[in-house]
Ligand binder design. Sequence first.
Ligand SMILES: [Zn+2]
Length: 456
Amino acid sequence: MRKRNHIVKNVISLIFITVAIFIAIKVYNKYNYNDFEKNISELEKTEFTRDAEEKYSKMDSYKLENIDYTDSMFSQTISVLPNRPYKVTCKVKVKDVQNLNGSRSGGAHICISGTTEKSPAITGTSDWQDLTFYFNSKNRTEVNLGFRLGGYEEKTKGTAWFSDFEVKVGTPNSSNKWKMVCFIFPNIDVKVQVNNKIENVKLQMSENDIQTVKTNLSRFKNSISEICNNKMSIEYEVYTISEPIKTLSYDEENGYYVSAEDVYDYINSYIEKTNYDHIYVAFRMADKQKGNSTLVNDWIGLGGMDYYGIGFSNIRMPDDENNYAYEFNYLFNTFPEEVFIHEFLHTLERNSSEYGYEVPALHDYKDYGYFENNKEGLRRWYADYMNCNIIYQKDKIGLPSQIYTCKPVNESNFTYSSKVDVLSEPKNIIEVIRSIGRRVQKLFTYISEKSTDNQN
Ligand SMILES: [Zn+2]
């Protein structure tokens, strides 16, 4: 009897241990994010789990569920070679993804944590699709790659599933030819807030306005080569999009303007087809004669922005028919294409600082003894700026000549590319153990750093 009792006890404990191990594995699998770190801005609003039901391939997907508007992300720091084009891809599926206040820039996307570099974001409800994020490593040796539901400045709710991560490094393109595009939007039909009231504003550009933009683009093509002594050249295409721009973006400093998200649906198919290096959007924003003084801004161009990594500028038709900013005239305006050059230089100014070069601010011309000329604006300043010919404390400063080959990353950089061995998931038990080992080691480093911090 005693012996039988013993066997029964052994069997029970064996079953108990098996069940416990089974539950432990289940729980581990559900919450295991491998080498990714979970980043949450508000702890109680996001659930990070692995999903064995909704998955794209064999591996369980990574599920982010924002039960309220918030910003959540899982990320991994990867090593990169400086000045190289990178392409990050994954599969993504979304359900009921919405941004707070109808913002168009948040959603499910790939990004570099702590920066505004990101892929387009997906909202709404849709089945598995490809998500691609291009970036240049610039002067960095590591980046923190994030898979995000929300945004740098946005809050989002809903569910997103991510799967099948891949990173590729491409070949830099050393050409100094820039392929540009200008999208002319003759119509805007937007709702804007004026004195706490929502107002509908509809404006058109005339045939004459459209022709003016085209004439200045062709002048711009010649002048830019001339001004920079052929350090770079441009090719360009123009498209007139008749659908009205329906939303505008807003910030305190500049007022209403057109952002990448405001025109994404209209222009993205063109951008995907042809790999452009710079994008202009031209539109009319106010017409004093028609009484729409609410959208009058003090700028006629706005630059230094980006369209998912591509330099992006606004060209605004003035609000007054008697404004001659864009009209060529021997007596008072021989440089009507100035705004195209000025806004593009803001992109080169921004790129220079992101690549780690120190350059004077484009607006600081007065500090270096330059003045706006009645007939040709800041042409002399732009020439010295682009040729690194500004005299400052016995030195010559300006844009570095390398900046003319630092163009946005696009698909053409990946004709010859190689896969980078990062973000991959453990495929067998040895890789699983290694992955756990790495995390335990990380945890110990973290704890010992914390305790040293406390002692100090
Ligand atoms: Zn400016």
